[in-house]
Design a protein around this ligand. Structure first.
Ligand code: HEM
Ligand SMILES: [Ca+2]
Ligand SMILES: [Ca+2]
Length: 305
C-alpha cells in the first residue's frame, strides 16, 4: 500500500531534493523531461515499478529492443540518488525516484501535478526478454497495445491518456521511417500520414543513408510543452508514430480510442485529469513493499549481501 507520506519522517526533504535535480536536468536539456517520464513507464511495465530498468548488466532491460540506444536519463537518476544518499542514506528506493522524477518532469514541462504515492522497493532482477515482450512497439496494432496494457492491469482509457506522454520528447527515425517510403509495400507513404509532415520527416530521415539515430519531435509544433496538442495533431494525421496515429485512424474496430482522442483534443483539462489518474494507476503496478526487495544504494546494481 503506497502513500504520499512514506518518507515524511525518514527523509523529509526527498521531494525537494528530487525537484531540484530534475529542474537542473531540464534546464540543461528540456528533452530530459520526456526521457525521465518514459523511464518510469518502461520500469513499471516490466516486473512492476521496481527500478528493474536501471540495473546494468548485459542481460538487463537496458539491452532490450525498446530501450537499447533509446532509453535515456540514467545519469540524471544517478545524480538524484547520490543527492538522496547524501541527505538520508539507504532510505529512498530507486523505484520511487523514477516515479517522483516522472511527476516533476511533467510539471516542469507545463503539465499537471499530483501527489506521488511512495513506498516502492527495488527489485533484484532485470531481464531483456521481459522488456521485449511486455513493452509496446510503435509497430503494434491498437489491439496489440491494448492487450499489453491489459496485461499489467491498465485499460483502454489508460492507453490513450498515457500515449499523451508523447506531447513531449523525441523519436528516432528507426521508429517511424517505415511510414515514409513504400509503406507496407504499397509503393506510397502511409495514407494516414499528413503529406506535409511526411515531407518534413523525409528531411530528417532520408531514404538512403543518413543518420538512423536522427530524431524528430513526437508532438510537432509543441515539443517541450506538456499540453493536449498531441491529440490535436492526431486529428490532423500528424501523429509521428504509427501507433500514435492508429489511436485515431485505425479502422480495426477502435471507435473507443478514437472517441477518447476526440475528447482529449477538445479539452486540455480533461486530458490532464485523465493523464494524472492513469499515471497513478501505472505507478501502482505490482510494487514491491514491506520487506520485499531492497533499497538499493546504487540504482545500477543490487546491494551486495
Ligand atoms: C502506447 C504505447 C507506446 C508506444 C508504442 C511508444 C513508443 C515510443 C517510441 C517508439 C518512442 C521513441 C523511441 C526512440 O526514438 O528510440 C517513444 C518515446 C517516448 N515515449 Fe512512448 N510509447 C508508448 C507509450 C508511452 C507512455 C505510456 C509514455 C509515458 C506516459 C510514453 C512516453 C514517451 C516519451 C516521453 C518519449 C520521448 C522520450 C525522449 O525524448 O527521450 N510513451 N515512445
Ligand atoms: Ca520494473
Ligand atoms: Ca506538446
Amino acid at each position: 500500500q503506497l502513500t504520499p507520506n512514506f518518507y515524511s519522517r525518514s527523509c523529509p526533504n526527498v521531494l525537494g531534493v528530487v525537484r531540484r535535480e530534475v529542474f537542473k536536468a531540464l534546464k540543461n536539456e528540456m528533452r530530459m523531461g520526456g526521457s525521465l517520464l518514459r523511464l518510469h513507464f518502461h520500469d513499471c511495465f516490466v516486473n512492476g515499478c521496481d527500478a528493474s530498468v536501471m540495473l546494468d548488466g548485459s542481460d538487463g532491460e537496458k539491452f532490450a529492443l525498446p530501450n537499447l540506444n533509446s532509453a535515456r536519463g540514467f545519469e540524471v537518476v544517478d545524480a538524484i540518488k547520490a543527492a538522496l544518499e547524501n541527505e538520508c542514506n539507504g532510505t529512498v528506493s530507486c523505484a520511487d525516484i523514477l516515479a517522483i522524477a516522472a511527476r516533476d518532469s511533467v510539471l516542469l514541462s507545463g503539465g499537471p501535478t499530483w501527489p506521488v504515492l511512495l513506498g516502492r522497493r527495488d527489485g533484484l532482477v532485470s531481464n531483456q526478454s521481459g522488456a521485449n515482450s511486455g513493452l509496446p512497439s510503435p509497430f503494434d496494432s491498437v489491439d496489440q497495445i491494448i492487450a499489453k496494457f491489459n496485461a499489467v492491469g491498465l485499460n483502454t482509457t489508460d492507453v490513450v491518456s498515457l500515449s499523451g506522454g508523447h506531447t513531449i520528447g523525441r523519436a528516432r527515425c528507426a521508429t517511424f521511417s517505415n511510414r515514409l517510403f513504400n509503406f507496407s509495400g504499397t509503393g506510397a507513404d502511409d495514407p494516414t500520414l499528413d503529406q506535409s509532415l511526411a515531407a518534413q520527416l523525409r528531411q530528417v530521415c532520408p531514404a538512403s543513408g543518413g543518420d538512423g539515430n536522427a530524431t524528430t519531435a513526437l508532438d510537432p509544433n509543441s515539443t517541450d510543452v506538456f499540453d493536449n496538442h498531441y491529440f490535436v495533431n492526431l486529428k490532423r494525421n500528424r501523429g509521428v508514430l504509427s501507433s500514435d496515429q492508429a489511436l485515431y485512424s485505425s479502422d480495426a474496430g477502435q471507435a473507443e480510442t478514437k472517441a477518447l482522442v476526440e475528447s482529449f483534443a477538445a479539452s486540455g483539462p480533461l486530458f490532464k485529469i485523465a493523464f494524472v489518474n492513469s499515471m497513478i494507476r501505472m505507478g501502482n503496478i505490482v510494487p514491491l513493499t514491506g520487506s520485499a526487495g531492497e533499497i538499493r544504494t546504487n540504482c545500477r546494481t543490487i546491494n551486495s549481501s
